[in-house]
Design a protein. Structure first.
Lengths: 113, 113
């Protein structure tokens, strides 16, 4: 299908790890992204992974990429209340005059104190 | 820092009105994008532009048009607003090429009554 899929909601306790999952569609996507949207704000790039990598770690964030299954995940270690936000994965869609991003439905992460 | 600004944070319009949403970026980016964000649907691309006076349809262009007369400004036009266009509208910009981050504005929440 054409949709990039994510679960809509995840609730965790402060200090626990959060894992947000994403299934994308285009096996030729060169970059895959995670964006974060805090309440009342636009999206900000959180991290990205190049398609020839399996894993990328950046401080509390770990991105895992399974190209065979077209599955992307974002793990947040030691989740804090400030991590409460909507998280979007996005894949690159090639072709035409420029490259576009196809965004997932977004996962609302709620961190309970 | 890249800055993407949108002309209004909140807008209320009546059915049938012509609506202009303005977006300005200050980093000389070639690409500019308009998305709408709806709960459970994520971000959907309406139109994008890779150069002045150039535009391409995204996934949901019906009922919308765009204008890019200057590189830094990209306008979204609703020719005759309808209630199903009530949504959050997000503008973004990026450099031309693969893998460049899209920078987002804070969004305009449009309500059509």
């Amino acid at each position: 299908g054409e949709d990039v899929e994510q679960s809509l909601f995840l609730s965790v306790r402060e200090g626990d790890s959060s894992v947000i999952n994403c299934t994308y569609t285009d096996s030729s996507s060169t970059y895959l992204y995670w964006y974060k949207q805090e309440p009342g704000a636009g999206l900000q790039l959180l991290t990205y992974i190049f398609s020839n990598m399996d894993m990328k770690q950046d401080q509390r964030l770990t991105v895992l990429l399974n190209k065979k299954d077209k599955h992307l995940s974002l793990r947040i270690a030691d989740t804090q209340t400030g991590d409460s936000a909507i998280y979007f994965c996005a894949e690159t869609k090639h072709g035409g005059a420029t490259n576009k991003l196809i965004f997932g439905t977004g996962t609302l992460l709620a961190v309970q104190p | 820092d890249v800055k993407v600004t949108q002309s209004s944070r909140y807008l209320v319009k009546r059915t049938g009105e012509k609506v202009f949403l303005e977006c300005v970026q200050d980093m000389d980016h070639e690409n500019m994008f308009w998305y709408r964000q709806d709960p459970g649907l994520g971000l959907r691309l309406i139109y994008f532009s890779y150069d002045v006076k150039m535009k391409e349809k995204g996934d949901i262009p019906e009922g919308y048009s765009v204008s890019r007369e200057k590189k830094e400004r990209f306008s979204l036009i609703l020719e005759s607003a309808s209630t199903n266009q009530t949504s959050m509208y997000l503008c973004a910009s990026s450099l031309l090429g693969v893998g460049y981050e899209q920078y987002f504005g804070p969004g305009t929440r449009l309500t059509v009554t």
